[in-house]
Design a protein around this ligand. Sequence first.
Ligand SMILES: [Ca+2]
Length: 147
Amino acid sequence: MMKLLLSAALVALASATPAKRAQANIPVDVPLPASFPAVVDGATPFVSGAASKVKRATLIVDVWMDSDRAGRHEGLYTDTNRCYNLGNGWNDEISSLSVPSGYGCIFYRNNDCGSNDNRLTVPGGNYIANLQSYDFNDKISSYLCYN
Ligand SMILES: [Ca+2]
């Protein structure tokens, strides 16, 4: 009898919870870098670094499973000054990406945008056709954008 009640309760709970779409980027509450790199559109991507914190804005970071904008694609809606861990099958899978003009993004090898993590900083207006060029192919786990 108890077991029956429990399963009835679980069924009720399951139906009360709307099906959630798999989330590609999951915001995490972690300390942010003390400073961010200057935003310079078209500047060359570089592997480490960090200069100017402004108010939060939203941008879209485009990511692809394969190099040269091939394979699965998703536009990640991203608030600036917020760390995101990758979800929805994107962890350690991104092979090409683009960052819109006016923003910069830092990509990390591990979750939670750790300040000591190996990272690739991509200034705005950059499209990286193959992350292998920076030894970051299939290695990104979290990222953080700024403006
Ligand atoms: Ca890939």
